[in-house]
Unconditional design. Sequence first.
Length: 461
Amino acid sequence: MKAIILAAGLGTRFKSEKHKVLHEMLGKPIIWYVLDYIKKANIVDIALVVSHKKESIIEALKHENVSFFEQENPKGGTADALLSAKVFFEAMDDYILVTNGDAPLVKPDTLKGMQRFLHMVEEYEKIKVGALVLSSFLPDPTGYGRIVKDGKGDVIKIVEEKEATYEEKQINEVNGGVYMFYVPYLKEAVKHLKPSEKTNELYITDIVEIMTNLGYTCRSFMASEITEIFGVNDRWELSFAESVMKMRILENLARSGVTIHSPESVYIEPDVQVELDAEIFPNVVLKGNTVIHKKAKVMNGSYLENATIKEKATVLPMSYIKNSTVEEEATVGPMCHIRDNSVVGKGSHVGSFVELKNAKLQEDVMAKHLSYLGDVNIGKKANIGAGTVIANFDGKQKYQTYIGQKAFIGSNSLIIAPRNIGDFAFIAGGSVITKDIPPKALAVERADLKILEDKSKVKDE
């Protein structure tokens, strides 16, 4: 089986300079989700029909193994878009999937179910189904094409609401916009297509009625949930689709052994991995290729992007971690900033208002308060006092600093990189370090305190 994605529409309701299939849900463009569910249904030969702003779509998908076809007239209708890719399927003696580029909520299992259904019909009824249409029942089907069936339950046509009779408008089964056509019958049916008298467009839905008139059987297949048939035609529908996809991801995680508190407030992207017995608290954002390992906790309001949180580590509230790793049993936060390939070693603590930039902390390092640690490697069990700053940039170049194991850096110390602070060294609070400190040495650098009696300028009134 092959697949064709129709993405040639103008998308005017989006009111955007960007093509609508490139607008993002959970960090991925809409079209990514369509490609994803097709691939997960084991369909790898995929074509995309484009027209309006085609260059941006082709560029966005340049690393995907898809073929592109152009619909010369983006107002030609859905069947015209399909025919734009005729060379892609005309030699087939099999079924082809046709779906829309703005339909991101179809589940892979639904497509697999449709494929199984076609095989069962062929095996037990000894016929080919001309068209299998994804459908759903809606309490209020207003705005959707209705699935009209005969007494046997076969689909005889799909009628749009504006062309439906009063009786047809009472039908609650609606068209989901996903089709599997048997190609030999499809090629015959498209020869009979006629433009709409009202719009002069060729509609893909007309193919079903044509196949019925040619004597071919058409069937419907029920979506597993109503949301699968929802398309994305404007920004509000995009928000709704994103919410649906997010809740699916969260439900899958919860049913896999992850605790998620107040899931409606949690944002999580599709490539994020969370392992058994991890715990996610309200208002957490997990993006990119973030991995949360077993029994780790990410607490309220934290933002993680391409972060790795190892087993039993804890991220306290309001922490920001990007492109960095927190090792086993370490604790970071609250309100810390960890970025640019930093590593917080096993059992280490990074506390409030501490920023790490390309910092490598070994095991059991303590840096609990108000520090900037940039371009530094810190040895085991070192202690970094409050207010410590590593001045790693001279305006042109950044420099590395090494702090040895069990070194003690006193509060409010300023270390001018590049520096080497030896193992077991002790830097007194308030010191400005401009030289390397040998192992086990004590470094004190501060001006003598002067007290000038009666020289205060504060008036005693």
